[in-house]
Design a protein around this ligand. Structure first.
Ligand code: GBH
Length: 450
């Protein structure tokens, strides 16, 4: 029988996996680490499913060497991780915790030993609680402290880390954290305050870019990771594509539009009205500093068509539309075609990395030593096919990081939602590569979908 033609990816395409410090490290109070807003939030009754905490997580703090050995056995050569700010500067500002610095040096040593290249996110949601106590993202205290934190991190690790990501998903730790949408710190502020938290995050992004340029050394590259609203045209015809693009532009004005546009779009400010963010002189000089790439986290998308009145109109999924076990994660493989394509066209970005893509399920189980997560394999295959199609159509995607290497602390969903290609038994900390890990190892080795 004839085997189907493989979908080949370009040489040097970056294949990796991704995690974040708070979700895997555990060791929440070890070696001088302070409390983060998530450590605090998880102790609020009802905030996190099952009362789960981040105290132990995957105990990666003590097990990173074995974890990287496993990653190397799977042939995965790129790894996106984040640094825990509360480990490096426990009170948020000024005083550096040398034991935190030492920990990441040991971790980078181990990555080096295993031939794995780090891609480091400076901030993946674990704000030091001490800064939240001073106003958190509502206040300019955070961008000021972050500027110093970014300097410290890039100076400490700049000789061994060349790929820097400034912040992960601004919308999640600002809007979802401060408008009562279930993320730490669990605040419910008025819209004007929420818009201001976004603005302060944009300023942090700018400081991170500046820090990498100042201290990153030769070959250092930097970009933001955003979970932009990914818009999929209902039909792939000119009117629906134009509608999808218009909706994409509008819903992403507050973050990507501001960064690439060098200021807030007049349409965005009009929509904000009296709740518009207050901008301090010099902010946009930082925010719009040129970057080397854009990271996109894409899990799902929303479908839009040209409505009867000529305006973009959402097509809503009915309750029977297929989902993963995360209610928000509707299956939308074409998100991996249209997300990067619209971002490249609208903002003129030349290098895009998919910094997260994956799916979460509740019942991934190890039976007789195997976890047959066919649902995840099918998910990944269908999404990667669309990514390949985007690249055939010349969308400049340079790499893909699968979320996640390990089952981990899935924020307000606690440990129920398993996103890993490696199963973790949270009682024994036993790691078992799922079928999807072996499947992904083949994709990486072949640099192709067979
Ligand atoms: C990413 O967020 C995160 O970067 C990562 O840490 C996380 O583990 C991973 O995805 C999987 O979730 O509950 O209806 O309010 C993905 C983007 C945006 C998805 C907020 C969940 C909440 C929807 N997230 N969304 S809802």
């Amino acid at each position: 029988m004839r085997t189907p033609a493989p979908l080949r990816f370009p040489p040097n395409f970056v294949w990796g996996t991704a995690t974040a410090a708070a979700q895997i490290e555990g060791a929440a109070r070890t070696d001088g680490k302070s409390e983060s807003v998530w450590d605090r939030f998880a102790r609020r009754p009802g905030a996190v499913f099952n009362g789960d905490t981040l105290d132990i997580a995957c105990d990666h703090y003590h097990r990173f060497d074995q974890d990287f050995a496993l990653m190397a056995r799977l042939g995965i050569k790129h790894y996106r991780l984040s640094l825990a700010w509360p480990r490096l500067i426990p009170c948020g500002d000024a005083t550096i915790n040398q034991r935190g610095i030492d920990f990441y040096h040991r971790l980078f040593d181990s990555l080096e030993k295993h031939g794995i290249t780090p891609w480091v996110t400076l901030f993946h949601w674990d704000l030091p609680q001490a800064l939240e106590a001073q106003g958190g993202w509502r206040s300019r205290v955070v961008p000021e402290a972050f500027a110093r934190y970014a300097d410290v991190a890039v100076k400490a690790f700049g000789s061994r880390v060349k790929n820097w990501i400034t912040l992960n998903e601004i919308r999640c730790f600002t809007v979802h954290g401060y408008a009562g949408l279930g993320k730490a710190p669990g605040a419910a502020e008025a819209p004007g305050v929420v818009n201001q938290t976004i603005h302060h995050a944009l300023v942090c992004h700018g400081h991170a870019v500046r820090a990498v340029r100042e201290h990153g050394g030769r070959g250092a590259r930097v970009g933001l990771t955003d979970n932009c609203e990914t818009v999929i045209p209902f039909t792939e015809t000119a009117p629906d594509i134009a509608a999808a693009r218009a909706h994409f532009v509008e819903t992403n004005q507050s973050i990507l539009g501001a960064i690439y546009g060098g200021g807030y779009a007049p349409a965005y400010l009009r929509r904000c009205g009296a709740d518009r963010p207050r901008v301090t002189r010099g902010d946009f000089a930082l925010i719009s500093l040129p970057t080397d790439f854009l990271g996109l986290n894409i899990y799902t998308g929303l479908t839009v068509r040209r409505g009867k009145n000529g305006k973009p109109e959402r097509v809503l999924a009915s309750p029977s539309y297929p989902k993963t076990d995360s209610p928000w994660l509707e299956l939308a493989p074409r998100a991996l075609y249209w997300g990067p394509r619209l971002a490249a066209e609208v903002y003129g970005v030349k290098n895009i990395y998919i910094t997260e893509n994956g799916c979460g399920y509740n019942d991934d189980q190890v039976v007789k030593g195997e976890c047959q997560d066919l649902h995840r394999v099918e998910y990944l295959r269908s999404y990667l096919k669309e990514l390949h199609r985007a690249m055939q159509d010349r969308t400049p995607v340079r790499g893909y990081f699968l979320w996640s290497f390990l089952d981990n602390f899935e924020w307000a969903d606690g440990y129920t939602r398993r996103f890993g290609i490696v199963h973790n038994d949270f009682k024994t900390q036993q790691r078992t590569p799922k079928m999807s890990a072996h499947w992904y190892a083949r994709v990486v080795a072949d640099n192709a979908l067979l």
